[in-house]
Write a protein that binds this ligand. Structure first.
Ligand code: ADP
Ligand code: 5GP
Length: 206
């Protein structure tokens, strides 16, 4: 059988609805592995260590950088965020769809390393005003954090063209439907290596 491991990168401003959409689609996209990032930011109310993020100190994060443990990492809103290489490798080996919720810098780094198995989608509310309303409604961050996220969003939106798909999160129902299509499409993407195996099999290579 061909190896079917594939990567789906999701980016979009904080508050775009990425977590909401992944949760709402989770039963409809088959077996997947959601990559739990490591971060130095403080947990929000309700966030659990090892579930939402692995929360670590700056010192520990920097040790991991030195040890080469990250597939990619970046500084976002003044904190470190990174994807550990090992669990991703294992999930890919098992043929799973690996979903990343990472920023635009992370997307570029994943593209540079694993372009041939990567599909990406940029998720955003319809407007900056709506993003601001949702960040305030989520009420997990204080005013300065919200303003910083809005500022960052004005920059991030400029990278929308680097993604395979854009999902406008107007209603959760519609955005979830679109996300399910994107996730199914991502699974169909094959690496060059698999392509070679497939051709050899197809030719009935003796
Ligand atoms: P992200 O994971 O991208 O940071 P969240 O999933 O936490 O974003 O969503 C941010 C806030 O917006 C949450 O309070 C969520 O309930 C709300 N939200 C998400 N999608 C919608 C939508 N389509 N309409 C209104 N509110 C939404
Ligand atoms: P938040 O603090 O709202 O959870 O996330 C802030 C931003 O960091 C989001 O844009 C999110 O996609 C991004 N992010 C989360 N984990 C990672 C990661 O492992 N790597 C990178 N590059 N960005 C991440």
């Amino acid at each position: 059988m061909m190896q079917k491991g594939a990567i789906l990168v999701l980016s979009g401003p904080s508050g775009a609805g990425k977590s909401t959409i992944i949760n709402s689609a989770s039963k409809d996209i088959g077996e997947y592995y959601f990559s739990i990032s490591t971060t130095t930011r403080e947990p929000r109310v309700g966030e659990r260590d090892g579930v939402d993020y692995i929360f670590v100190t700056k010192e520990s994060f920097e040790e991991d950088i030195k040890a080469g443990n990250f597939l990619e990492y970046a500084i976002v809103h003044g904190n470190y965020y990174g994807t550990s290489l090992k669990p991703v490798r294992e999930a890919l080996k098992d043929g799973k769809l690996v979903i990343f919720d990472i920023d635009v810098q992370g997307h570029r780094l994943v593209r540079a390393k694993m372009n041939d198995i990567t599909t990406s989608a940029f998720i955003t509310p319809p407007t900056l005003d709506e993003l601001e309303r949702r960040l305030r409604a989520r009420s997990t961050d204080d005013e300065s954090v919200i303003l910083n996220r809005i500022d960052n969003a004005k920059d991030e939106i400029k990278a929308v063209g680097e993604y395979d798909f854009t999902i406008i999160n107007d209603t959760i129902e519609e955005a979830t439907k679109e996300f399910i299509v994107v996730a199914k499409t991502a699974r169909l993407k094959q690496s060059r290596e698999d392509e070679e195996k497939f051709i050899a099999q197809w030719l009935g290579q003796k």
